[in-house]
Design a protein around this ligand. Sequence first.
Ligand code: GAR
Length: 198
Amino acid sequence: MAQPLARLAILLSGRGSNMLALAEAVRTGTLRGLAEIAVVFSNDPAAPGLTAAAALGLPTASLASHGRKRVAFDEEVVEILNKYDINYVLLAGYMRVLSPAFVRAFAGRILNIHPADTHQHQGLHAYEWAFANQLAETKITVHLVDEGLDTGPILAQRVVNLRGAATLAEVQRRGLAVEHVLYAETLRDLLVDSLPAS
Ligand code: GAR
């Protein structure tokens, strides 16, 4: 019998290129037949990624985090997400540190993509860091989210060759090309591994 599709919540704060790559993977690629996007959520109602998701016909939700206390805000977000019967939460450029209560609500089921090796760099501006330090390569990381900042168990890493990348834009272009493939592939492997043996 076919397995039910894993229901994904994708959380973003900005542009949404990772959300678009995941949506494409669900529609025609790596995640087809394995997952569906239950909701795209943003803490910024004006996020371009939210508009892009709506244009694809995906369910969207938002709640402005500006000026809100972290714990109370996150409690409301959990309430919103709970309406969508979520199996996995995928952070895709969601520029907020999650409160412990949020992490516990979806324990072991929250993934993040970080544009560096999380053992070497945490937080914001990872491509700027790689460019400023003239790194020959950086590593895109997909990891499970725990209560720390980019400290959760690593699920997958992939090297980005930065040799000859003369501008920050080129560093980002090369990195994002890897991000857009790695996130879907890592989730696919996780979902396939969690299927009952037939
Ligand atoms: C991506 O590069 C993602 O890895 C990064 O934000 C960007 C979002 O782009 N996330 C972090 O830096 C998390 N610490 P997108 O909105 O186009 O997916």
